[in-house]
Design a protein around this ligand. Sequence first.
Ligand SMILES: Cc1cc2nc3c(=O)[nH]c(=O)nc-3n(C[C@H](O)[C@H](O)[C@H](O)COP(=O)(O)O)c2cc1C
Ligand code: SF4
Length: 465
Amino acid sequence: MLKIKPVVISGREVLPIVEGGKGIGVTSGVTSGAFAAAGAVGTFSGVNADSMDENGNLVDYVYKGATRKERHEELIDLSIKGALYQAKTAYEISGGKGRIHMNILWEMGGAERVLHGVLEKAKGMINGVTCGAGMPYRIAEIAEHYKVYYYPIVSSMRAFRALWKRAYHKMSNFLGAVVYEDPWLAGGHNGLSNSEDPAKPEDPFPRVSELRRFMNEVGLSHIPIIMAGGVWALKDWENWLDNPEIGPIAFQFGTRPILTKESPVSDEWKKKLLTLKNGDVYLNRFSPTGFYSSAVENDFIRELQGREERQIPYLIEPHGELVVPFPVGPRKRPVYVTAEDKEKAEFWLAKGFDEAMKTPDSTLIFVTKDKSEQIRFDQIDCMGCLSACRFSNWSTNENFSTGKKTDPRSYCIQKTLQKVVHGNDVENQLMFSGHNAYKFSEDPFYANGFIPTVQQLVDRIMTGE
Ligand SMILES: Cc1cc2nc3c(=O)[nH]c(=O)nc-3n(C[C@H](O)[C@H](O)[C@H](O)COP(=O)(O)O)c2cc1C
Ligand code: SF4
C-alpha cells in the first residue's frame, strides 16, 4: 500500500493531487470545483475564460474595436468577467472543500491587469494563483496584496533560484508551493532552456532534489513541491513519497483530467485521447510565444511542419551562392536564392503551394493561396492575447509591436484554442497534450471507452493506479 500523505496547500490540508490549469477553457469552474469537492486542488484557467449569460449560454468573444489595441482592451475586460464567472462556479461546486486555484500565463497580454481585476472581486473564492510560461517575478507582490497563495511553475532549480533571489525572498509568506513541470513530458507550453536538449529527456528526480536542496538552503523546507508532467499512476512515484531528498510533495495532473465527465472538451477530443499511441505527442516550436510546446500530431501540426519544410533562405541583393532571381509578392519583385532552392520552389509552386511568404529569418515559405490568406487574416484580426507574439508582432509595450517582421511559420494561438475547446474539429486545431496521453489506451481503467467523473479519477489516483 502506498503512503500517499495529505499536504498543506493554500493553507489547508488536502489530497496531494492538483488539477493542472489548462487554457483556454479546458479547465473551468466546473472541473476545478469538482477537484476541490473531491478534497483535492482544482485549477481553472484564467486565460480568456468563458462566461455565461443569465440564461446559461456562452458569451461569445466578439470584438468591436477597429485596432488591435482596442480589441486587446476588450479581451482584458472579457477575461476578467470570464475568470470571475469561473471562480464563482468553482466555489459553489466545491461546497467549501479542497482548494481552488486560478492559472494564468505570465506571457499572456495584460496578465497583471487581469489578475488585479479578478482578485479584487473574487475575495474568498480563489485560494491560489499558478503562473506558468515566463518568469513571474511580480506575482509575489500581487499575491501578497490580495492575501492569496502563489505557485510559480518552473522547469529547473535555476529558474526558481532566479525568481527567489530577485523577488520572492522579499515576499515569501504567500509562496504556496513550487511547481516543477517536466519540460520534456508536460502538456501545453514547455520550459526547455537553451542548455537543455529537447531530444534528451532528463530524469525528474535529480532535478527536483536539486530544487529541494536549494529550497532547504533558503528556509523553504516546509514548502511543498508540486511535480507536474508525465505523472500518471502514483505507484510509479513511490520513491518520491516520504523521501527527504524530495520533501513535502504533491502531484499535478494535466492530461488525465481531460478525459473526465466534467471536462468541457468535445466527445471527439475525448475519443481521440483514447486512441493515441506512444509518439503521437511530441515537442514542437511553432507556438507564437516562442516556447516549445507539446501537442497531439494532427493535420494542424502537419500543416505547420509542411510550412517549415517548404522553406528556403533568400537575400534582397545577390551574394555568394544566392544569386538566382526569384520573383515574390504581387509586384513580383525579385529576391535571390540558390539554383538548387529555385528548383525546389518551382516544384512546390507546381504542387499548388504557390504563395511565397517572407519570414523574419530571411527565408521564404511556400503555402497555398487559401492558407496565405488565412495567415494574413489572422494576423490582421489579432486581439493582443500575448505579451509578445511572433506570429502577428503584437506586443504590450508602448509601441504595441515587437519591432520584428510577422512570422508566417507560427499561428494565432488564441483563435485555435478557442476553436478546439468550443468546437469538435480535432484535426485542424491545436490539441495540447502531455506525452503520456498514449496511456489512456493501455490503462485498464479506461477499458471500453470508460470516462470517469473527477471524483472517480481522484479515487483511482489515490489507489496508486
Ligand atoms: C490541453 C492543455 C492545456 C494546457 N494549458 C496550460 C495553461 O494554460 N497554463 C499552464 O500553466 N499549463 C497548461 N498546461 C499544462 C498543465 O497544467 C500540466 O502542468 C501538464 O499538462 C502536466 O503534464 P501532464 O499532461 O503530463 O499531466 C496545459 C496542458 C494541456 C494538456
Ligand atoms: S495573433 Fe498572436 S497576440 Fe494576436 S490574438 Fe493571435 S496569438 Fe494572440
